[in-house]
Write a protein that binds this ligand. Structure first.
Ligand code: NAG
Ligand code: NAG
Ligand code: NAG
Ligand code: NAG
Ligand code: NAG
Ligand code: NAG
Ligand code: NAG
Ligand code: NAG
Length: 863
């Protein structure tokens, strides 16, 4: 009886639960997804799963027209996308739906078609989902839950209106040509296409451009693989274009502009209806905070070609903002004097090569080039990627009378200008952006400099110089004993106290270079640093005579000491031990070549010092020491959050890529490990000790070597066992390092319960789909699982046994940067199993080697 009575209750409860469950499920599905046959009427909306974005009908301020759009749930006015921007609906009877043929359409109250999502391929059973990124994606309904938008039939991110959201990718290639997918609203109250658009122009180097009604209005300058060279302060995060990047080309030669915000906050980029490009950040005060806009409304120089042709714009020049290039004069003097700059400037003297007099054209002195620094390079360049250096680039330009100017920029290579020189800007401070010498063509008679200096000027200069000399002599005499050197050593010849080589000797020194290397160090060329030679005594004093307490570490090639130069500048000094097997001159050459490698992820070599057998290398000092100090320290490792670890991984990858591919020397590091990654004050990673192997062994490119330099645990199988090395050996070490950074464990001392090495442990977890367990417990809760898994996957690809199967660093950088790359399956790293077995065996009598995991081991391989 009792059971009989209870059963309807049980049944009711069960069905209620079932109903609730299916209702909840139904709600979630309805809320971010619309399926075939379903509709969204005016008044209803979809919400992304994370509740940031909402899709539905809206009216702009002071307007009654209805549009379908996407906005932030917490700020309905911040509309990021509009479907029917050109065709508003006048009443509230609009319906968005997926029809039986699979098309996503918007119809008005009379069932008239208002808007249709333009699909590239059609399918008859589709659904559309509003993703957490704000991307509205139409796909086949069996792939609707893919976060990967590759299966999309149509997506709002590929059809943007005026807003660039993180996660969007704009394709760039010369095949596509100029593309300007972003177009401003007509006014604050009207989303129809307005006067301004933004996009990229791939011609003559990729750059971001804002177009107005009459053509270009602003441009970023070309991308040099690190930043856009026309934006002042681009190296800092002050510009609103911070975070924009152009990816390396994929198989089809297409690159993508992507945007990764500087922080985790919500960001959006809008090309506003007034033609300003704004970066907006959602602030804690619940409002959008504009960070910077381009063109900067206060800076006329940012307006495209504001000063006209052959003129530079300089906002810091209080007398006049526009100035003709030297050798040029205003085209219309009276207009120019009235500050009507639009006509620009023209040549004072016609070029020799353009002369109509044949005799003088062929027999006269050829034209020359004048060098300009701190300049935003002109627009509309032609690239000559085959030219290797500044000299070759200049030669090509001189051969062609149409060529008006050239510049050589690492990452872009040779640029020449055959049209008018337009949109030039003088940067105020010496910034990274303006750090590219620019050469423009002039008649030789214009190059001699101040030809007609009046006597008065000469007299004034003489007097000033003389009094300056007297004053300096007096000052020198007065402070001689108190202050020996007050400033940091730089490449100038004045700091005699620090440099023990006189100017003439130094010239000799650089002249030595033209012999063994093919790189000429020309004093007039600013394309490379001169290497300061430090006085040995000064360096010894700076390190308190290599005092043990100042020792920062012991690397493979010598001990490193902290030092402080007179004047307070901190340095790190590497005291090279042992013989390099090279002559002194070869050694110097090598150092200079290495000093020319400059990248933000490489430690900078400031100079060297040589006295007898003693050889010192002077580096910038890194306050946060080396990565292993933080990463493997139980208490400090928590300071390294996932974001900084990812930044470190990416930075190392970029630095390594530069060594492998972008620098001229093609350096294989051969000893990449956590203790060789130094961290600066902002925790940016810098690779140290690069080029050492090369310095000690000459410069074979890919070869067998009799001497294996490397560290156990980071050595690739082919290198450790056969002494074979290539760029792929570095990729292997990078893979190990990456897994160490993710797991917070040292490869060499790692021992899991079943005595496997880190790599085999990682492989096991990975192949069992539990890779997340590898992640350092101190970051496991705060990291982004997708990113971590992607990294681990990349790491597994890098540590494959076969060098051929490992990706190149270029591919690694690309994979790290893509949101959802398609990754190949790695093969099992068997070598690591093998090796850990060997290590087990030796653990008894080879304790030293196993525990001194940080020591660089030099093994002589008999062959
Ligand atoms: C909307 O209309 C009001 C009143 O006419 C006006 O003050 C306001 O500036 C308008 N807003 C916009 C964005 O045009
Ligand atoms: C949907 O497409 C499939 C294959 O493309 C086709 O076989 C099927 O008949 C279509 N269904 C409808 C209802 O059109
Ligand atoms: C596809 O859509 C239909 C409704 O049109 C639905 O019944 C079915 O479950 C969907 N299939 C998948 C895999 O989502
Ligand atoms: C857009 O251009 C038109 C015609 O050139 C002009 O009348 C209008 O004021 C411009 N709009 C804006 C917002 O600048
Ligand atoms: C720039 O970066 C620094 C730290 O790197 C940060 O404190 C500052 O807020 C950033 N500025 C902007 C505008 O994002
Ligand atoms: C500036 O000069 C151009 C011709 O070079 C002329 O068309 C324009 O009207 C001038 N503008 C002003 C404000 O004088
Ligand atoms: C051409 O130039 C040469 C030397 O520069 C000069 O002697 C000769 O008179 C010129 N001829 C003409 C036609 O101007
Ligand atoms: C469009 C729609 O059906 N929205 C629903 C989303 O879910 C909430 C509750 O979770 C409902 O109140 C909305 O009606």
């Amino acid at each position: 009886m009792g059971t009989h009575k209870r059963s309807p209750v049980v049944l009711l409860l069960a069905s209620l639960t079932f109903l609730l469950f299916s209702f909840a499920h139904f709600c979630r599905a309805v809320n971010d997804t619309i399926k075939q046959g379903e509709t969204i009427r005016d008044g209803h909306s979809l919400k992304s799963e994370n509740n940031y974005f909402q899709l539905g009908f809206f009216s702009p301020v002071n307007s009654t027209s209805r549009y379908v759009g996407i906005w932030y749930t917490f700020d309905q006015k911040a509309v990021v996308w509009v479907a029917n921007r050109k065709s508003p609906i006048s009443d509230r009877n609009g319906v968005l739906r997926i029809e039986v043929d699979g098309k996503l359409v918007l119809r008005d109250g009379n069932n008239k078609l208002v808007w249709l999502a333009p699909v590239t391929s059609s399918a008859n059973n589709t659904a559309a989902r509003l993703h957490n990124t704000g991307n509205f994606v139409l796909s086949r309904n069996d792939s609707i839950d893919d976060s990967d938008a590759n299966t999309a039939l149509w997506q709002s991110f590929s059809n943007p209106t005026d807003t660039f959201l993180p996660g969007m990718r704009v394709p760039v290639s010369s095949k596509i040509g100029v593309s300007n997918p972003y177009r401003s609203w007509k006014s604050a109250t009207d989303p129809s296409p307005g006067n301004y658009s933004m996009g990229v122009d791939p011609n003559g180097g990729q750059q971001i451009v804002i177009w107005g009604k009459e053509g270009r209005r602003w441009r970023s300058g070309q991308w040099n693989l690190q930043f856009f060279i026309g934006i002042p302060y681009m190296s800092n995060n002050v510009s609103s274009f911070h975070g924009f990047k152009i990816s390396l080309p994929d198989e089809t030669g297409t690159m993508y502009i992507t945007y990764k915000p500087p922080t985790q906050d919500l960001f959006r980029f809008v090309i506003s209806w007034e033609g300003k490009e704004r970066q907006l950040k959602w602030d804690d005060d619940k409002k959008w905070l504009p960070l910077q806009s381009e063109p900067d409304p206060d800076n006329k120089c940012e307006l495209y070609n504001y000063c006209g042709n052959y003129a530079t714009c300089d906002r810091s020049n209080s007398r006049r903002i526009c100035n003709c290039l030297e050798g040029f004069k205003p085209k219309f003097k009276d207009q120019w004097d009235q500050e009507n700059w639009s006509a620009g400037c023209e040549r004072k003297i016609q070029l020799q090569c353009q002369s109509t007099n044949r005799t003088s054209r062929e027999n006269g002195k050829p034209d020359g080039f004048k060098k300009l620094k701190c300049t935003k390079l002109p627009d509309l360049a032609t690239l000559l990627p085959s030219e290797e250096n500044t000299e070759a680039c200049g030669k090509r330009c001189l051969e062609n009378c149409q060529c008006k100017a050239y510049a050589f920029v690492t990452g872009i290579r040779c640029m020449v200008w055959t049209g008018d020189l337009i949109d030039m800007q003088h940067f105020q401070q010496f910034q990274q952006a303006g750090n590219f010498p620019f050469f423009y063509r002039l008649h030789h008679s214009e190059l001699d400099g101040g030809r007609k200096i009046s006597n008065l000027v000469i007299v004034i200069i003489c007097v000033v110089v003389a009094s300056f000399l007297v004053a300096s002599l007096w000052l020198l005499w007065r402070y001689k004993k108190k202050v020996k050197v007050s400033s940091m050593p730089c490449c100038k010849d004045k700091d005699v106290a620090i440099f023990d080589v006189s100017k003439s000797k130094r010239k000799e020194f650089s002249a030595d270079l033209s012999g063994p290397s093919d790189i000429l160090i020309d004093e007039n060329q600013d394309n490379g640093p001169e290497l300061p030679i430090f006085n040995f005594g000064v360096v010894a004093a700076a390190t308190k005579n290599f005092y043990e307490g100042n020792k920062l570490g012991q690397g493979g090639f010598g001990a490193v000491y902290k030092g402080e130069l007179p004047g307070g500048k901190e340095i790190a000094v590497k005291r090279l031990s042992g013989s390099s097997g090279q002559g002194l001159e070869e050694f110097k050459t090598e150092i200079i070549l290495i000093a020319r490698l400059q990248h933000r992820n490489l430690v900078r070599l400031l100079g060297c010092s040589i006295q007898g057998e003693e050889k010192l290398l002077i580096y910038e000092y890194m306050p946060n020491k080396s990565l292993d100090n933080l990463l493997f320290d139980a208490t400090k490792k928590a300071e390294l959050g996932w974001r900084s670890r990812l930044d470190i991984i990416e930075g190392i990858a970029r630095g390594l890529l530069y060594l492998h591919r972008d620098s001229r020397l093609r350096i294989i590091h051969r000893d990449l490990k956590a203790s060789n990654i130094l961290l600066d004050a902002e925790m940016n990673p810098k690779i140290s000790d690069f080029g050492m192997a090369r310095m000690f062994q000459g410069n074979q490119n890919e070869a067998n070597t009799v001497r294996v330099v490397g560290t156990y645990g980071y050595m690739s199988p082919e290198y450790a066992m056969e002494g074979l090395f290539s760029v792929k050996s570095d990729v292997y070490s990078f893979g190990v390092l990456l897994l160490e950074i993710v797991s917070g464990q040292r490869n060499t001392t790692f021992r899991s319960s079943d005595h496997t090495s880190l790599l085999s442990y990682a492989w096991r977890l990975w192949s069992e789909d539990k890779a997340i367990d590898l992640v350092d417990p101190s970051i496991r809760d705060t990291c982004s699982p997708n990113e971590v898994l992607k990294c681990i996957h990349i790491g597994m690809l890098c540590v494959q046994d076969s060098a051929v199967h490992r990706p190149t660093m270029a591919a690694v950088v690309l994979l790290l940067e893509s949101e959802t790359p398609t990754l190949p399956m790695p093969t099992k790293p068997t070598y690591t199993f093998l090796r850990s077995a060997i290590e087990e065996e030796y653990i008894g009598d080879a304790q030293e080697i196993v525990s001194s995991n940080d020591l660089t081991v030099t093994v002589i391989v008999g062959r």
